[in-house]
Design a protein. Sequence first.
Lengths: 115, 111
Amino acid sequence: GAGVSQSPRYKVAKRGQDVALRCDPISGHVSLFWYQQALGQGPEFLTYFQNEAQLDKSGLPSDRFFAERPEGSVSTLKIQRTQQEDSAVYLCASSLARQGVGEAFFGQGTRLTVV
Amino acid sequence: GENVEQHPSTLSVQEGDSAVIKCTYSDSASNYFPWYKQELGKGPQLIIDIRSNVGEKKDQRIAVTLNKTAKHFSLHITETQPEDSAVYFCAASPKRTALIFGKGTTLSVSS
């Protein structure tokens, strides 16, 4: 595709439910990032992949958050036992840069609402 | 860890005026400073970036300046247009795996 694609665009989950958010990066992009954006705030880093390797997960807020990119392309962010404070927009970005941050392109995000 | 401060939080200008947004960072290891524009319901869009070995970069109506000594960088938009209205974020990269974002500036350009 032409850009980073995220699905679903919107997700409503009941508290305690597990959710899975999908990111399709730009084809050939080595680096993939997940960010969390609360309402009215800047994006906050969650985790980084270089191909299939998760090189940095220091931003994941708890062990309920898990991300994977098994074949070095599509990535999934999973949140177990969702809580209200998990409500946010989850953004995925990809970059051609092998050395991590460079010109990163963001998807439109998945807005997660936990009720 | 890295901390990025961004000012002002809101900025209103008349069409044709210039707009300036300023950011400071704390970690001297940061060497990459992008600026993103985010419109309602969309993801952030990279509009310009600068690396620490450059003091200024310009792209048409947009320019970014970097002062490494003072640890601050600024976005300048000249001849603003209504379509420039959006939220603008600065960011810094203290490590190669992550960007640290400011809290954003809501720019409103009235015609």
